[in-house]
Design a protein around this ligand. Structure first.
Ligand SMILES: CSC[C@H]1O[C@H](OP(=O)(O)O)[C@H](O)[C@@H]1O
Length: 340
């Protein structure tokens, strides 16, 4: 496998390492990833997160295991184990299923390594295309708003929604973005803010509960969010808090766009009702832990509900920005709309 570097993972020809996103923005630590168990733990504690990024990381590890001489049986077992690491982001399952076809069809190891390299390069190209498609929707002086993190920490390329915002910043003057901090794990306030600073994109971090007031004041031109799984009818799952943002946008007539590669569409999901929603640990809601310290502020005896995602119905979406084009509510009523 050829050496590569992305915003969140790298392979130098010897070692596969992954940037520990739980420690950003104050600490940049690259974690060694040698085994399936290494990667499952890294994915489940969100050291790597973001639908395309977790799919690519699993594909790369399978390519490296094949390079090291793993048998077809061992590779299939590894693929099945990785496929279960998180339940909502369909890119993980799609990537693993493509890798399994290469493992079965062979020849080993070349076909498996080639498939992993193809998926990596494909995601880079998909990011470029959807970012360009989305930036064309923006105007000079736009005040954009985004939720969670959807940049190079969540993909192998420029990003999805943050890719659009980055491209808009490159092609239009005076682009500004409100960055939802995104409770409970602060992917926006920690990771998107870090990426905006790296990309010199003017921005301000807001608490999630401040978006409504900004829309009421007319201070939000349009909203771009990512997705972990898009159903065939256009409903989509994304980080918790996306649905409430969509309801607010609908009420305040702010254009609301979901940005994703076509690999995030799940034809097997007829509607958002069929998308599995990951429930996570109570410690994430009751306090914080990371490079910024450890504090559990909530009463220990209190119980918690911590869904990692929610589902936004298609009727609240202005447009679906994919690498294959920008689709409206009439488009998503057609079969296979996502293919363009
Ligand atoms: C470009 S996919 C990013 C997507 O993934 C995030 O969830 P998590 O941080 O739990 O992996 C969030 O839903 C983003 O929109």
């Amino acid at each position: 496998m050829k050496p590569f570097t992305t915003g969140c993972m790298r392979y130098d020809g010897e070692n596969f390492t992954i940037l520990d996103q739980t420690l950003l923005p104050h600490q940049e630590t690259w974690l060694p990833c040698h085994t399936v168990n290494d990667l499952v733990v890294i994915i489940q504690r969100l050291a790597i997160r973001g639908a395309p990024a977790i799919g690519i990381s699993a594909s790369v590890l399978l390519g490296l295991l094949a390079k090291q001489g793993a048998t077809q049986t061992a590779l299939i077992e590894a693929a099945d184990e990785l496929r279960k690491a998180r339940p909502t982001a369909v890119n993980l399952m799609n990537n693993i299923d493509q890798m399994k076809r290469a493992i079965i069809d062979g020849p080993l190891p070349d076909a498996v390594i080639a498939e992993a390299e193809k998926l990596l390069q494909e995601d880079i190209e998909l990011c470029e295309r959807m970012s360009t498609n989305g930036a064309a929707l923006c105007q000079p002086g736009d005040k954009l708003l985004t939720h969670c993190n959807t940049g190079s920490l969540a993909t192998a390329g420029l990003g999805t929604a943050l890719g659009v915002i980055s491209k808009a910043h490159q092609v239009h003057s005076n682009i500004f973005v409100w960055v939802d901090e995104t409770r409970p794990l602060l992917q926006g306030g920690r990771l998107t803010a870090w990426e905006c600073n790296n990309r010199h994109i003017p921005h301000k971090i807001i608490c999630d509960n401040m978006a409504a007031m900004l829309m009421a004041k007319g201070d939000v031109s349009r909203i771009f969010v990512g997705s972990d799984r898009i159903a065939a009818n256009g409903d989509f799952a994304n980080k918790i808090g996306t649905y409430s943002l969509a309801v607010l946008a609908h009420y305040h007539k702010v254009p609301f766009y979901v940005v994703a590669p076509q690999t995030t569409v799940d034809p097997e999901c007829a509607s958002g009702d069929a998308i599995p929603i990951e429930l996570r640990g109570e410690h994430e809601v009751k306090g914080v832990s990371g490079s910024f310290g450890e504090c559990q502020w909530a009463p220990a005896q209190s119980e918690v509900f911590n869904p990692a995602f929610d589902v936004t119905p298609a009727k609240l979406v202005t447009g679906w920005v994919l690498d294959t084009g920008v689709f409206n509510q009439d488009d998503v009523k057609q079969p296979n709309w996502w293919l363009g």
